[in-house]
Every structure is written in C-alpha cells, then in structure tokens.
Ligand binder design. Structure first.
Ligand SMILES: *Cc1c(COP(=O)(O)O)cnc(C)c1O
Length: 349
C-alpha cells in the first residue's frame, strides 16, 4: 500500500482532553469520573481518547455497542456496553472484555441464563428511553445479579428552565431512593451536564462525554472546558472571482467586488454540514476566511482576499469552537463532533 497523506486532518489536543477530564473529575467531588467514548470517542477516535484518559487515571469507559467494546479490548480496561445484550451479542459478552449495561427484563433474563457475571443495570427515572422501572427493581427483578454499577440517565440536565430543573431534581430523588436496594457496588447518574448540576448529582461515578471533547453543556462549565478538536484542510485551488460572478452550487453568493477565493478539501461528507454555508469560517495566519456560498460534499469555498500569502496546498484552520459554531449553524455540539468523518487524518499533539 502506498502511503497517501490525507488532504484534511483533525489536530487533537491531548493536554486539553486531559485538562477537561481533570476538571470534570474535580467537579465530580468524591465520585470517580469515567468517560463516555461511544461513537468512536465522539468522532475523535476512541482508542486515542481511552489511552490518554487511562494514563490520566480514568478507569470507567462507556460505549454503545459490542463492536465498539471489542475495538478497545486490546487496552484491557473496564468498559461498559450501554445498549446491553441482544442474543447475537452473547458470544462477545461472554468473552469478558466488557460488561453489559442491562436495560430490560429480557436482557436481565438472558444474562442470568448465561450464568450472570459482573454487569451494570440501567434504571429509567423518567426519560423513558432505556432502563427498567424503579418499581420492578424494588420488586426483586435484579435479585442475585452481580451488579457493579446501577445507573440512570438525566433527560434535561443541560437546560435551565424551571421545568427542566424540576425534572432533574425528580430524577435525582427517584434514583437516590434506590440506594442500598440492589447490592450494586456503585451508583451513577450524571453525564457532562449532570456534573454541572453539582455534587448532589454525582453519586459514586460520573459519565461525561461531550465536555471531555470540548463541549460545555451548561454555561457555568464553559470556563473550565477547553477546545480539543481542531480541523484543518488543504487548499486545492486559489482563484479570482470577478464582481458580478457567483460561486458554488445554486450560485447563492455573488461577488459585489473582485474577490479572491480558496477552494478547500472539506465538505459535508466530512461532517462539515451544509448548515455552515455562508456562516462558517477558517483562518490562515491571522486572517479570517469566511465560507462563501454552499458547502459541497467534498469542497468548501473561502473568501481570502486579505490573505495574499495563501496558496494552493497551504493548510487552513477550520473554526470549530463548539459553542460558537453550534450557535451559528443550529447544529448541536454533539452533532458537530460525531459527524466528523473518516477522511481526516487524526493526529494527537
Ligand atoms: C452518551 C451518554 C453519556 C454521556 O453524555 P454527555 O452528554 O455526552 O456527557 C452518559 N451516560 C449515558 C447513558 C449516555 O448514553
């Protein structure tokens, strides 16, 4: 195979990732701080994330599926699979490289029948997504299981309305009432936003995802969280657009004066979604390069009149501050991260 350097890359800041985990660990009070690394570490690459967080002291990792867990198996660290076990997952589940988070009575029965072994259990405290009901738990549904972590998930912790606050508080109280009921070694409720609600919410173990990767789901967390992901893309062509001419699909931008543009190797197939059309930007040295017109599948056109030195084959930094770009595009910080495709060369610095 010939080594072909990619024309777009993600510069991933190791120090910022570890800084964010340490900040969340501190905010977690006496609780241990784990890490949600599903969806390939929110698009950064799960193995690179887990290696760095493990070196910093993180010991609890969460993925959605068994193939995600299998990809981490060589690292030999404790991994929980949030979606539990389907029949077709059982060979992987019995192999011992991760434990399931059991979500339904059927999954619990399946796990028992196979001999049980260490597991986690999800309780639904009001989100009505995954998990068994607190009543069933009190009725003995979990009796005899070797439960490592009993967990639940908050629906509205990232929101600050009275209704959202009341819902979080109801979920917290419902969950707290299960303390000591199941023999679980630990209790875990808070995701990133839940950590921001304070140590009433952190129990024994927290499970942040987004905030590790630079997203601040609550305003009071913003100062403590640093940007981790820095996309960069290479210029394919520089050209001059005459006043009155347009650029890109559907000619949505027309030059009012002669304009220099750079066509760059990045598009919506790389997660740089069409919502960035006309609102995104990049930078070269100290110059800001606004996106002109529509984002294409593999290309984006940048205004570069002020950047005389910018040439074909140069690299530009794509603006990817999650809070600012989320506001500009209407996309959530989660979508901005997990949409980053597989054409980037990912390099940790
Ligand atoms: C994804 C997920 C998390 C992490 O959530 P963030 O909002 O990214 O911090 C925690 N717990 C569960 C059950 C999840 O599915």
């Amino acid at each position: 195979m010939i080594d072909i350097p990619a024309p777009l890359r993600l510069r991933l800041d190791s120090e910022a990732l570890v800084h964010n985990w340490r900040a969340l660990d501190r905010l977690s009070g006496r609780a241990a701080c784990g890490a949600a690394v599903k969806a390939d570490g929110y698009g950064l690459g799960a193995t690179g994330v887990v290696e760095r967080l493990a070196a910093a002291g993180c010991r609890d990792f969460f993925v959605a599926t068994w193939s995600e867990a299998q990809a981490l198996a060589p690292l030999g660290l404790p991994v929980s699979v949030l979606h539990g076990v389907r029949p077709e997952d059982m060979p992987a589940a019995m192999a011992g490289f991760a434990r399931p988070v059991l979500n339904t009575a059927q999954q619990i029965a399946r796990w028992r029948e196979a001999g049980g072994g260490a597991c986690d259990v999800m309780v639904d405290t009001g989100m009505n997504r995954l998990g068994v009901s607190p009543d069933k738990v009190r009725g003995g549904l979990l009796d005899g299981l070797a439960i490592e972590t009993l967990m639940s998930h908050l629906a509205s912790a990232d929101e600050d309305t009275d209704a959202a606050r009341a819902m979080s508080e109801r979920q917290r109280a419902t969950f707290a009432e299960l303390t000591g009921v199941t023999g679980a070694r630990r209790m875990s409720l808070a995701n990133s936003a839940g950590i921001g609600l304070g140590t009433d919410y952190t129990f024994d173990l927290t499970r942040p995802g987004l905030a590790l990767y630079g997203g601040a789901p609550r305003a009071e967390m913003a100062a403590a969280i640093r940007q981790v992901v820095f996309p960069e893309a290479q210029v394919l062509q520089r050209r001059s657009v005459r006043a009155g001419e347009s650029v890109g699909y559907n000619a949505t931008w027309t030059a009012t004066e002669d304009t220099e543009v750079a066509v760059v190797n990045l598009g919506y197939a790389d997660g740089y979604r069409r919502a960035f059309s006309g609102v995104g930007s990049a930078s070269f040295r100290d110059h800001r390069l606004p996106v002109l017109g529509r984002v294409s599948m593999d290309l984006v056109i940048l205004q570069c009149s002020a950047s005389e030195g910018l040439e074909e084959e140069d690299w530009v930094g794509v603006s990817y501050d999650l809070a600012a770009q989320s506001t500009a595009t209407g996309l959530s910080a989660y979508e901005l991260l997990t949409g980053l495709g597989n054409r980037y060369a990912r390099s940790w610095v």
